[in-house]
Design a protein around this ligand. Structure first.
Ligand SMILES: [Zn+2]
Length: 481
């Protein structure tokens, strides 16, 4: 399965950090294929070397006195053409003069047919009416086409997207809206009424992988490993129930990720889901495998089929909004602060969504002295969570809430010096660090026994991939010591 890994990735990886690269995975088979492709159908013509005297002897074009800015001489090109003329006869390659002449005559007699389609690229600030104007089409035509689509997709065009129009005498016959590389909406306006069809292309999925080590922040490590910010965020979300990425990240923490990439006609068009990942935090190793059960529900599970989703989120807010705070914690602020301060503070911009960290019922919703706008949730197992200093509350008292549901937004109400979420986790009346009591909390869901065999066989290849990445990293670390 290793040969499915794009070689480009491995090359990029080897260039990255020498300490973490997965060199051993470089597939020898693939490089063989590549060379074959390059050398096939290619004839090498060896030109005699361009010598200095040839360059010097090449005729020079004298600039006209009145046109002093005229392009200077082109001695090198002349030397090349001289060299080509001096080529030994290669009858199979050199086209004969007669056929060349015929070709050029034919060309002048019947010019290349003009592409009847007009291709328009959406620029920032563009609307369909601007595009129609550019294409020389009337607003009546615009209405005829756009009104055919009940979903009004042509009103939501984005910069970079393309519209192709086929029109004759100002009447649109066909219009294609290339929404993405994979999705094209075809408006057929040849008949009395306009029809809209979606043409979808299926991308080829290839697996890529990355290995990273935390030095400064999760985002730098992700970037170093060749992951996009979005993919780094996905990684953080997968492990968000077991690792608090705001406070618990340590230098030397590391990860391996196997993820999908989408290719269309050999070109990479996007990245896809993470299918397997492993994160080692403070020496503790967590692994996660994406699995779609026989009923079509998917989730991330460890090797034993235990869900990565735990009863509580560790940092109950949108990580992407606090990415600037995703820095390495030099000290451990949680333990010290939890006692002094009875909670954890998450600095984030005002308006950042705050999530219910677990399923429960809102027992308080309103203003509470120095806490400002506050929501308190009662959960099963004697757990209570509190969220303070909100700018706005989004969950009323008595309401049932689900884990991950937005219950309010970050603010600075009450006694707060700046916008942040003050989060408290209380177990049987005592403030606790949710991570350290994780084991005592209600168990995360595991896959039912009926799914386990299928699960294990589904993830087997990915387990091997992660294992391979881990061993490669270990081997590299050892050889660099
Ligand atoms: Zn606080």
């Amino acid at each position: 399965m290793i040969r499915y890994f794009p070689r480009k990735h491995l090359t990029a990886l080897t260039l990255l950090c020498a300490t973490v690269t997965a060199l051993a995975l470089v597939p020898s088979r693939e490089s063989g294929v590549d060379t074959a492709e390059v050398s096939a159908d290619r004839v090498v013509i060896e030109l005699p070397p361009i010598t200095a005297d040839k360059v010097a002897s090449a005729p020079r074009i004298k600039p006209l006195a009145s046109e002093a800015i005229v392009t200077p001489t082109l001695p090198v090109e002349d030397a090349v053409s001289t060299a080509i003329k001096n080529l030994p006869d290669l009858p199979s390659i050199q086209p004969d003069v007669a056929s060349l002449e015929i070709a050029s005559v034919q060309k002048t007699k019947s010019p290349e047919p003009v592409d009847p389609w007009q291709t328009l690229t959406v620029k920032s600030g563009d609307s369909m009416s601007a595009l129609f104007q550019r294409a020389g089409l009337s607003s009546k035509e615009l209405y005829r086409i756009t009104s055919a689509d009940k979903k009004r997709r042509l009103y939501k065009i984005m910069p970079g997207q393309r519209i192709r129009v086929l029109a004759s005498d100002g009447r649109v016959e066909k219009l294609e809206y290339l929404q993405t590389e994979l999705k094209t909406y075809v408006f057929d306006a040849t008949g009395d009424s306009v029809t809209v069809d979606l043409i979808e292309k299926k991308p080829e999925i290839r697996l890529a992988h990355a290995t990273g080590t935390i030095k400064g922040s999760l985002f730098y490590a992700g970037k170093d490993a060749g992951l996009s910010e979005r993919q780094t965020m996905n990684l953080a979300n997968i492990f968000g129930h077991v690792i608090n990425f705001v406070y618990d990240l340590r230098a030397g923490d590391h990860f391996h990720v196997v993820y999908e990439e989408q290719f269309l006609e050999g070109k990479k068009i996007g990245e896809g889901r993470i299918v397997a990942a492993e994160f080692t935090n403070s020496g503790e190793r967590f692994s996660a495998y994406r699995y779609e059960d026989s009923e079509g529900y998917f989730g991330y599970y460890d090797e034993d089929g235990t869900s990565m989703r735990k009863a509580f989120l560790l940092a109950p807010l949108n990580y992407s909004r606090i990415s600037s705070n995703f820095k390495l914690a030099r000290k451990h602020p949680v333990l010290g602060k939890v006692r002094a301060h009875k909670g954890t503070d998450y600095a984030a911009p005002t308006g950042t969504p705050i999530y219910a960290s677990g399923d429960g019922r809102v027992s308080f919703s309103g203003t509470k002295g120095g806490y400002g706008k506050t929501v308190i949730i009662k959960h099963a197992g004697g757990v209570e969570t509190r969220y303070a200093h909100m700018s706005r509350i989004a969950a009323g008292s008595g309401k049932r809430v689900r884990q991950g549901q937005v219950i309010g937004y970050v603010g600075a109400t009450g006694l707060a010096t700046g916008p942040h979420l003050h989060y408290e986790f209380i177990l049987n009346g005592a403030h606790r660090n949710p991570r350290t009591v994780l084991a005592k909390l209600p168990k995360a869901k595991s896959l039912p026994k009926s799914e386990l065999a299928r699960f294990k066989s589904t993830i087997a290849t990915k387990v091997a991939l992660i294992e391979g990445l881990r061993q490669t990293q270990v081997a590299r670390l050892e050889s660099s010591n």
